[in-house]
Each structure stands twice: as C-alpha cells, then as structure tokens.
Design a protein around this ligand. Sequence first.
Ligand code: SF4
Length: 309
Amino acid sequence: MVDEILRLKRERGAVILAHNYQLPEVQDVADFVGDSLELSIKAAEVGAKLIVFCGVDFMAEQAAVINDSATVLHPDPDARCPMAAMISVDDIRRARKLFPRAPVVIYVNSPAVVKAEADYVVTSANAVDVVKALESDVVIFGPDRHLAEYVAEKTGKIVVPVPPNGHCPVHIRFRADEVRILKSLYRDAVFIAHPECPAEIRSLAGFVGSTSQMIRFVKGCDSCRQVIVGTEIGIIHRLAKENPDKVFIPASTSAICTDMKRITLEKVYRSLRDGVYRVEVPREIAERVKRAIENTFRVLGREPPWLRR
Ligand code: SF4
C-alpha cells in the first residue's frame, strides 16, 4: 500500500500533507507533517498543484482557500472536526451586534463560511500575539472557549467566547487527578499541554503551546528526558521519532480524535487513484477568509505566502 501511494504520488505530482494527529502510518507517507495552517502555507510555498490533505474537514478547506490554483483532495469527507461544527455565521453576527466595536478573532479550527465573517484568523500558536497587538481591549473569539480563556489570561483583555461553550471533545478529556498521579509517578517529567485544554489542566503544565510549539519545545529541551503529553496522542509518533532519547507518556490514553483517525492508508491510496474527494470553497468566501488571514499576518509584521509569489 505504501509503495502504491508513493508511486501514485510521484505520477500525479501530488503533495501529501498530514496533521500531527494523523495515524502513524499516514504521517509516514506524508511530505509534510504539521499543524493545519502551517501545512497549507507549506503547500503554497512549494507551489503544490495537487494536494492530498490528511486531516479533518476545516483543514482541507483551509488548504483550498490558501492554494486556490491547486486541486485539494480530502481522503474522507466524513472526517469532520466536532469543535468546528459548534460555531455558525449567526453566532458571529449576533456577537457583533452585542459588541459592535470588538474585533472578531476566529480560530483556524472553524468552517470557511465562519472565517469569512472574521477580522482575523488565528492559530493556537499565534492567538495570544495577535490579540495582544490589537488596540481593542475587548475581542470576540470563537469557537474554542478554553483557548479564549487562555488568550484572556495571557493578554489581560476581555475575550468574549462565541459560542459560550465551544470546545474540543478530545482536549476536555484530560483529568487533573490523573495528571497529578502521572506527575507523581514520573517525578522528573515535564507536562506539556495544548491551550485547548481547560484551565485546570493548563495550570498543571510546565509548558503550554500549539502542536508545533510543543514539537519545538521538546526538541530544544535537553533536560526533558520524560514528557507527559497533554494533547491528542497522535503527536507522540512524531515526538518519539524526532527524539529517540526521550520518553513520552500520554496524559490520557483516551485523548484520541476519532475523526482524525478516519484517514487511513487505504483512503489516501483511493484519493490519489481516483482523484477524490475534491474540496471546493466558493471564490467569494475564499477571498474573505484570505483577507482575514492577511490581517493576521499584517498584525504579526509578516507577509502571507500568496503575496510573496
Ligand atoms: S482534536 Fe479536537 S479540535 Fe482537533 S480535529 Fe479533533 S475534535 Fe477537532
């Protein structure tokens, strides 16, 4: 199967992108493994014409927005992020009426139609920096309320979560008592947590960051011989591969995103063989999402890759 995928990939000139939470064997056939926005930008930088995105729906959509001249395939359209499905366009419009002067900051984990309503589209890696840089002391933020709380903690601003209880069903599975037990069993271990985790879990962590920030942190930490991992367990494959001298302990063995795991080697193969399932975002929506991403890059003092071409 792997040989066939690699053969088809060469023949079709495709680039396979895999999120850090994908199954290990899917990560291993990918050209790039990373977080959602980072992967879409990578595809734009290498000028990919055919992209197979191994991740959930909003990620493949995001790749289609950024790589508008490429064909983007999603191996299983039923791989859908439940958190992204918790927010709607109406939620944003209602919040704007209540807080007319507050900018709308939308997490990349949301549908394109929702991002099209945003002033800024952020990742868990840059949400704090973007909100900090905005003039307004009040921002509307969706859909993850835990990330919204984290941003409020770090910036001291009023962050209004929209919807009020948007969350990642995987990152709320961690339990503080279990983390405390692991920390007492592995006394020298550092506990790393994703900002989508609830505040109680984040407060136990020695490091809080996005998946790409976790990967950089672990690589650069010589004293971190044992690491308790507070995010979806798929990331452990990459962490262990890149840090063979370190030991990784999942903070919860039930932190598994079943939607991410819907993408199998067989589906990647079928996707390449039959050119399915093509992801298309209406041009008008894609242009509005891109504008919101450009605003984010501008605030961060950077230029988006499509303007660099
Ligand atoms: S881990 Fe959470 S946020 Fe990520 S795709 Fe799964 S449900 Fe969505």
